[in-house]
Ligand binder design. Structure first.
Ligand code: GLC
Ligand code: CA
Length: 557
């Protein structure tokens, strides 16, 4: 295998709790994944990114780890996990595990020790500070609401938690803690995993002194990101981790990096001097956010999306490497946000797929995306399970007195549970996900949208994804070509070219529900049709053409 095998790979993300339940307890599990490996093989993906399966009290569904070397009871045993890995490798599928080391669970043995006394050997595994005049050590807010500090009575100090209070931040300043992380990484690499997806990895280095954040909102607590996003020692820590651990294995790494810019991207993914194989940036996901942030969803403009994507495509070309994603377990379903999940569900799901997969980078498919799964619209807050959503609801409705309806609508648009409803396998009870009671309600459209139906329909989104994955293996231009945006100001059509050697690939995507006529340069004509989402599509590229609602087509000239 080539050194950078991830460049021509396609990754499939599994959120285990919602993927497939093998024992009827309503919770997806590892055996359930093993049962579906042939399904993944059929789709043709190369790599699985598995969201956390480690022991966890599930305050944040496994992103709060209480033992990094054990499998969560609800998900099965280490033997199940080994069988799953074996099954993957036998099918030529690689496995990337989630590495959550910005924080652990407060139920981790390290934290149980750490909170016991100020001179406990584990004290400095976490970030403890005394209060200031009876208040928190600084004004930082937690990403999941409230203060980022929790008072602990035993030692009368506060600990830092950028996420929930059950997710205390690890202290990367402490070399012993860094050693522990390296060791647990080696533990999994020695077991045969092929890489890591690194959870909020660019938050690990905090500015010494932990200064107060600038006051930018009327809230009590403020966004302290200036003092921990891409912090002062982040690069150094990661360099060390690469030298000490990752370089020994040739592992693939993808760093989740909120607020990363293309300049950061170039630096972090540089082939020689970088720290990760690729990153998850968020800029394109935030194109729908208004001034109030993620819960303030606004109509978005295609020209804004073009600017963001084009900037990343151009700046990283030949200098770094990026991931391509429109969905994951933290984001709503892309067809509901960027397509039309009612009248043109299949067309728009395919359009988004081709538009994304033909850009430069490593594409990620989130479970169910290959079926065109959609957002869910639960009508009661009781149906929601996600800690972020529930904390936000409580704060906004119960504490600030905002309207239930308004907040529920924000949740419909952006809540993380949109992506966490169970995978839709069949049109039978609970979509074939479980024989018991699912831990979270299903999207009622499973009778229409499900894998069984998709597999029996050659025009399904499933087979469209399969074709895109196949094309990547066949055409180097998809992996290596450089990118150029056409029709820059058009608010409905996204048209771009890729060029490599003497070839040009042109991709035209209609992001609107209308017919749109456009004209191309004379040099862009003829060629051969590579992929399309409407039955009758001209075999040759024409200079003037009318794109139908959510139509996509790509030609190789
Ligand atoms: C990442 C994960 C998200 C989790 C958070 C805290 O953003 O993707 O699911 O809640 O980190 O670990
Ligand atoms: Ca189960």
């Amino acid at each position: 295998m080539g050194k950078q095998w991830w460049k021509d790979s396609v990754v499939y993300q599994i959120y285990p709790r919602s993927f497939n339940d093998s024992n009827g307890d309503g919770i997806g599990d590892i055996k359930g994944i093993t049962e579906k490996l042939d399904y993944l093989k059929e789709l043709g993906i190369d790599v699985v990114w598995l969201s956390p399966v480690y022991q966890s009290p599930n305050d944040d569904n496994g992103y709060d780890i209480s033992n990094y070397r054990e499998i969560m009871d609800e998900f099965g045993t280490m033997k199940d996990w080994e069988e799953m890995l074996d099954g993957m490798h036998k099918r030529g599928i690689r496995l990337v595990m989630d590495l959550v080391v910005n924080h652990s669970s407060d139920e981790h043995a390290w934290f149980a020790e750490s909170r016991k006394s100020k001179d406990n050997p584990y004290r400095d595994y976490y970030i403890w500070r005394p209060g200031v005049d009876g208040h928190e050590p600084n004004n930082w807010g937690s990403i999941f609401g409230g203060s980022a500090w929790q008072y602990d009575e035993t030692t009368e100090e506060y600990y830092l938690h950028l996420f929930s209070k059950k997710q205390p931040d690890l202290n990367w300043e402490n070399p012993t803690l860094r050693e522990e992380v390296y060791e647990l990484m080696s533990f999994w690499l020695d077991k045969g995993v092929d890489g890591f997806r690194m959870d909020v990895i660019n938050f690990i280095s905090k500015e010494p002194g932990l200064p107060d954040a600038e006051v930018t909102s009327p809230d009590k607590y403020q966004w302290g990101g200036d003092y921990f996003v891409n912090g002062p020692k982040f690069f150094e820590y990661m360099k060390d981790m690469n030298e000490r651990v990752l370089s020994q294995y040739g592992a693939m790494t993808v760093g989740e990096m909120p607020l990363a810019t293309p300049e950061d991207g170039v630096k972090y993914t540089d082939e020689k001097d970088g720290i990760v194989s690729m990153l998850f940036q968020f800029e394109h996901m935030d194109v729908t956010s208004g001034p109030g942030g993620k819960w303030d969803q606004q109509p978005w403009k295609l020209t804004d999306l073009k600017k963001i994507i084009s900037k990343w495509q151009t700046e990283l070309h030949g200098r770094g490497w990026n991931s391509l994603y429109m969905e994951n377990h933290d984001q709503p379903r892309s067809v509901s946000v960027f397509g039309d999940d009612q009248s043109y569900r299949v067309e728009s799901a395919k359009m988004l797929a081709a538009w994304l997969h033909l850009l430069q980078g490593t594409p990620y498919i989130y479970q169910g995306q290959e079926l065109g799964m959609t957002n869910v619209y639960f009508d009661s807050i009781e149906e929601y399970k996600d800690i972020e959503t529930l904390n936000m609801y409580k704060e906004e409705v119960e504490e600030k007195g905002r309207e239930h309806e308004e907040i529920l609508q924000a949740i419909h648009k952006k809540g993380r549970d949109n992506a966490r409803t169970p995978m839709q396998w069949t049109d039978e009870q609970h979509a074939g996900f479980t024989s018991g009671t699912p831990w979270i309600k299903l999207n009622p459209n499973y009778t229409e949208v499900n894998a069984k139906k998709a597999l029996s329909d050659e025009n399904s989104t499933f087979y469209f994804y399969k074709e895109l994955i196949r094309l990547r293996k066949e055409h180097d231009i998809i992996v290596h070509g450089d990118y150029k945006l056409l029709l820059e100001d058009n608010e409905q059509l996204y048209v771009y070219t890729r060029s490599y050697k003497d070839q040009t690939l042109i991709v035209a995507a209609n992001f609107s529900g209308e017919n749109v006529t456009h004209e191309l340069d004379e040099s862009l004509q003829g060629g051969n049709l590579l992929i399309k989402n409407y039955e009758s599509t001209s075999d040759k590229l024409e200079q003037t053409s009318t794109m139908r609602p959510y139509e996509v087509k790509a030609y190789l000239i």
